[in-house]
Design a protein around this ligand. Structure first.
Ligand code: ASP
Length: 594
């Protein structure tokens, strides 16, 4: 059975989705991905009433009696019908003779996208009528029986008309959107990569897949959590922002190599490309150092990477946090292109140009530049003006030059220069982060740069007691094409140090973490871990414009499920067992009255 030809077939059958310019030839892409990950072809028709999939039939099947199930893709002059399933398209001949009148009626009257079952014989197409563009183009099905399994009403949008759907409509009718080639491809590729990751971690490296609770309690610091009411008055569960505490406790429990495809929840409000619930490949292991975790992740990505892409080259380059900020103006640099930030203060040391002199006379004042390759050729006067405006708007943010670098890259690309090759995957480790950052809302207080369980850099431990702001950590981030796709750290396994950081430096209520502090005192092994953001990773691999395109049922930008209308209101009667009453904001009263 030739497996994934369905993709190329389906692709030709459906209209081309809007995607970045580099979307490759899907058929070959999927074929190589699947071939790389399957020892044998899966049985696509086992346990089902069909004998074959629509996309798999070839001349080698001539004469076979088959039963197919699928959706009506289109019908031509009541003589042919094209049937589609996830595997591809096949042409079905609508019988014209009187004896087959009932079959003809079913096949001619069923609306497009109805789901039908047909049984018949695989025959060759008449000479000259083969379709070389269609993998099943040499054959067709001579139908004997047909059954309308379910009729389709008029659709809110055409399945093949990818271009015209707004995202809101796609999310409202997600189950229809999932029939599109693009969503089929994204979700199947995601499944394949996760499968390979499991194989690598569990079968090749002895990791244990362990589920951890999603009803938990608040964790101090970090992202805002979703609350779940309980029947005990005033008591709430929290949905975990990650399985961080549990995975550390598993290390204490001797499960020294843990992994989980973990659902995480963060109530961070609406931000583009974030989801209130998302998935991490969550990993923790004992007796490991930073380089051990980095090598594990490099191996994991190399192993699970789709075969048709350029192979992942390891080891990934590493920069320190300080270098990243100095060279790229961000801790998640896109290293597919240069345009590095250069310090040219020395050149202007004796300048008489007023504003430069002014800048250099300030404490830590510097003059920095970005060289835009062929800028004079590509950038127009109005581009320079927009760069100037951008700089003025973002003045005094230290991330200004990093943003400006990306802004210039955008401008160059709109003018036709290819700077960020979307087929290139540029991984980068960022290491030696500071352990603490000033709190946004009160810069005199500290917050963890990663999370409070991150161990300090071994050579900076003394700074915790003198100048904690200067202490570096054993925190590492993985960046891909300018996106943070993972982060982790070596953890504190000493209860006293953990308590000092929580209570004295971060001013957190240690009682909330007494279970963890206690566990560290009972022979906790040295340990560390990492989590990869699966949605973002798959989004980059598939070249999708949004992480919503690689999640089967995502929430909208505002965190709503547009299909079911979650979150929804609950009658006050049903809130009683939870001892909860809604205090309605005044301006929503009028709205509720309607
Ligand atoms: N739990 C961390 C996070 O979600 C990752 C880690 O430190 O392993 O960012």
């Amino acid at each position: 059975m030739s497996f994934p030809s369905w993709l190329s077939q389906l692709y030709r059958g459906l209209s081309r989705p809007i995607r970045r310019t580099t979307q490759p030839i899907w058929g070959s892409l999927y074929r190589s991905l699947v071939q790389s990950s399957q020892r044998r072809n899966p049985e696509f028709s086992s346990f089902a009433v069909r004998t074959n999939t629509c996309g798999e039939l070839r001349s080698s099947h001539l004469g076979q009696e088959v039963t197919l199930c699928g959706w009506i893709q289109y019908r031509r002059q009541n003589t042919f019908l094209v049937l589609r399933d996830f595997h591809g398209l096949v042409q079905v001949v609508i019988p014209q003779d009187e004896s087959a009148a009932s079959v003809r009626k079913i096949l001619c009257e069923a609306p497009v996208e109805s789901v039908v079952q047909v049984s018949g014989t695989v025959i060759s197409r008449p000479a000259g009528q083969e379709n070389p563009k269609m993998p099943t183009g040499e054959i067709e099905i001579k139908v004997k029986t047909a059954e309308l399994l379910n009729a389709c009403k008029k659709l809110p949008f055409e399945i093949k008309d990818f271009m015209k759907k707004t995202e809101g409509l796609r999310l409202q009718y997600r189950y229809l959107d999932l029939r599109s080639f693009q969503m089929q491809y994204n979700l199947r590729l995601r499944s394949q990569m996760v499968m390979k990751m499991r194989e690598y971690l569990c079968n090749l490296h002895g990791f244990v897949d362990i589920e951890t609770p999603t009803l938990f309690k608040r964790t101090p610091g970090g992202a805002k959590e979703f609350l779940v009411p309980s029947r005990e008055p005033g008591k709430f569960y929290s949905l975990p922002q990650s399985p961080q505490q549990f995975k550390q406790l598993l290390m204490v429990g001797g499960l020294d190599r843990y992994f989980q495809v973990a659902r995480c929840y963060r109530d961070e409000g609406s931000r583009p490309d974030r989801q209130p619930e998302f998935t991490q490949i969550d990993i923790e292991m004992s007796f490991v150092d930073q380089t051990g975790i980095q090598s594990l992740i490099e191996g994991l990505l190399q192993y699970s990477w789709p075969n048709d892409k350029d192979p992942v080259v390891v080891p990934f380059p590493t920069v320190t946090f300080t270098e990243a900020l100095a060279t790229y103006g961000t801790d998640k640099p896109d290293t597919r292109f240069g345009m590095k930030i250069i310090d040219i203060s020395d050149v202007f040391r004796n300048t008489e140009i007023g504003f430069l002199q002014d800048a250099l006379s300030k404490p830590h004042g510097t003059v920095k530049a970005i060289c835009i390759p062929e800028g004079a050729k590509y950038l127009k006067r109005k581009d320079i003006e927009s760069i100037r405006k951008f700089a003025a708007d973002h003045f005094n943010q230290c991330s200004l030059l990093g943003k400006l670098r990306l802004e210039c890259a955008d401008l160059l690309e709109t003018r036709g220069m290819v700077l960020r090759d979307p087929t290139l995957f540029s991984f980068l480790w960022v290491v030696d982060f500071p352990l603490f950052l000033p709190k946004e809302e009160n810069p005199r207080e500290l917050e963890s740069a990663h999370h409070p369980f991150t161990a300090p850099h071994p050579s900076d431990i003394h700074l915790l007691y003198t100048e904690p702001k200067k202490a570096r950590s054993q925190h590492y981030d993985l960046v891909l094409n300018g996106n943070e796709i993972g982060g982790g750290s070596i953890r504190i396994h000493n209860a006293e140090l953990q308590r000092y950081i929580l209570a004295t430096l971060l001013k957190e209520d240690v009682k909330m973490l007494s279970h963890l502090l206690q566990a560290l005192d009972y022979g906790a092994p040295p340990h560390g871990g990492i989590a990869l953001g699966l949605d973002r990773l798959i989004c980059l691999v598939t070249g999708s414009p949004s992480i919503r395109d690689v999640i089967a049922f995502p929430k909208s930008f505002r965190g709503h499920d547009l299909m079911s209308n979650a979150p929804d209101s609950i009658p006050s009667e049903e809130l009683k067992p939870y001892h909860i009453r809604v205090s309605w904001p005044t301006d929503s009263k009028a709205e509720r009255a309607h």
